[in-house]
Structures are given as structure tokens and as C-alpha cells.
Design a protein around this ligand. Sequence first.
Ligand code: PLP
Length: 400
Amino acid sequence: MADRDSRGPSTRVVHGQPRHGGGPVGTPILHSTTFEFASVADLIAARDQKAAGAFYQRLGHPTLNACEERLAALESAEQALLFSSGMAAISSVMLAHVKAGDRVVAMQQCYGGTLDVLHWGSERFGWSVELLDARNPRGWEAALAKRPKLLHVESPTNPTLCVVDIAEAAKLAHRHGALLSVDNTVASPLGQSPLQLGADLVLYSATKSIGGHSDLLAGVALGASQVLEPVWHVRHVFGGVPDPSVAWLVERSLMTLALRVERMNANAAELARRLAQDPRVARVFHPSLESHPGHEIARRQMRLGFGSLLAFEVRGGAFGAETVSEALAVAKNAPSLGSVHTLVSLPIHTSHRKMTSEQRAEAGIPDGLVRVSAGIEDLEDLWKDFDRALAMVGMVTARG
Ligand SMILES: *Cc1c(COP(=O)(O)O)cnc(C)c1O
């Protein structure tokens, strides 16, 4: 998709669509669930505008529309749809574009909730799912040759930050007549532009960096209006629409996204650099490191750094990781990402708790893995926190 808006993404996210004429700078929150019309013709006209209209709140809503327009402007997308959660957006895309008898191809490394929806849909709706290993894209052609409706990818992935070449994935999908959808939550809309790289749909958990303050739940789907039309229909039928005050808060949060992403990404890269030099750490996963297998691709397709998510393996296995997470005082032991607060979680107790140790090893996730979502705090405070927590592992182990 050509980017016709010559303004930079940080300008677009602050100002939204160019506007002429007076009015409030901020968006007013309008709480009405329904709208009245002077004539039947007016009512029909508003109804037929669907997502863009002001007819009944579940179809579309002025406060929602303002936020959606800003999101679309940010990514030069034709349209954006806001949802009540990331999972509402992702499941609506699956329900809109995959039906009984269709195939969908995704990655083993995809978000757990996405894999749950895909497996649930294969039981309930009779679509079929094939999962690919993000670490081995050479094996993907065979799955696409079976002509799935949709290829769904994430990059970088959680928690070991596998990088997928989005432009290559788009070419592969299109060569076989599939749509490419990208869950861009971890990179953020300013960190990576999948639509510019050829994706048909971009999805977000706005709960993460878009909201950014660990205080709202929302989701986004972006793309061409034609691709989003059936997704809007699912939102309208299943009802996963956010409240106007949430839509307002998402729009309000977007205006500081560039500053937050730059700072989070810089903190993440510096933490990764220092941890990689630390003898108490066995391994660090972050695309900023030249040793990372996805470094070159990430450098090509990511902006403002390499993302705020990193992970490291503590020497001392699960016990070492638990000791570190409990010893941290600035970083919070909490399962989310993209927040102004630095958050730490242990995949063995969160995203990958249902796997055995062997299955995790096969997936490349060591038991001593600590996932870190870097926040915007002062770097030296974060480093002191991690340094002290890592020292605890040695002390506890030495004491026996
Ligand atoms: C959190 C997350 C989701 C789910 O979003 P919710 O807002 O929690 O529904 C989907 N994908 C990724 C990559 C996530 O991190």
C-alpha cells in the first residue's frame, strides 16, 4: 500500500487526519448509545454508513470513529476498527475470513489466545489449522501450497523474539491466494508497518503499547475497507465493541506513543546489551543483538529500535528465574507488555505453563527464561534492580 501521507508517523499520531476549521483539539466523549433522526431518510443514511455512522453504538460511534481515524492515519491504512480487546479483534478476523472447510496457517509461536481461537474454531466450525515453526520459514511453502485462506504471523514473537520477514511472508501468501494478517502488538504501530510491507490485515492488542499504561483493554484491526467490511460485520454481530470512554482513552494514549516506544525500545536494547555481557546470564534474546538470528531482518523492517520486549535465561533454571523475579523491586512481576512500567514474567508459569520441560526445550524456551517488557523508567534504576536480583541467585544458591 503506497504511503501518500508525507508526514512522519510521530506527527500523524499526534494530529490524526489533517483537519481544517475550528473545534476542540481533544475529542469529546459522547456517551449516547442511540441517535435520533429528523426523517426516515436521515436514519437510513446514518445506518448505511455502518462503522462510520452514528446510528446505534454497537455499529459505530463518534468517539470510536475519532480513535479509528487516528489509528488509520498513523499507519496510512484505509480503515481501522477498534475492539473491546485484542482477542476480540483477532477472533473477529478469523471468524470473518475463515469458514467451514477453509484452512488457516499460523505459527507455533503465536499468542496463546490466538492458538486457542484457531483450535476452538477447528472443532466448532470445521476449519483446519496448520502451525508452522517461525524459526524455519523454508518449510512454509508446502503449507501455503495447500491454499489456505489466511496466513497469520507475529514478529517479533513472544517470548524468544523470533523475527519473521513480513515482506517475504506477504509474497508467499499472495502467491498462493491467501491473505496475510500480522499481529503487530509486540513491535507497536510505530515500530513496524506491516501494511507497507505487504500485509492485508494488521492486528493489535491495544492493551499493550497503544494503551501503554496497564489500565485499559482494547484491540485494533487495520487494512483496506474491503478486507475490513466482513470484520466489521462480525464486530457488529458478536458485539465486541469498546465503551466510548475506552475509545477516548486509547486515542488520548496514542498521542504519546512515539515517546514511549522510543524510550522503552532504548531501555530494552541497553538492558539486553548489559545482560548479554553478564556471566550470571546464560543467554539473551533481543533482535538488537547481532548474535540474534533475526537481527538483519529486524533492522530492515523495524523502526525506532528493536522493540521493548526481551528475554534472558538465568543460570540456575526455573529456581534462578523465580529468584530473580521475586527479588526485583522496580520491575513488576506482572503478565503483560508494552507498558510504561517495566514488567517481568516467567513463561514457565504464564504463556508456556501447559507444556512439559521437554516440550518447552523443543520450542526453544528454557525453564530459566525471564521475559522483560522494558518500561520508560531511568535505565540506571532498572539496571541496579536486575543486577541486585541476579546477585540474589548466587547468594541463595551458595547458601544451599
Ligand atoms: C496480549 C496479546 C494479545 C491479546 O490481547 P488482549 O487485549 O489481552 O485480548 C494478542 N496478541 C498478542 C501478541 C498479545 O501480546
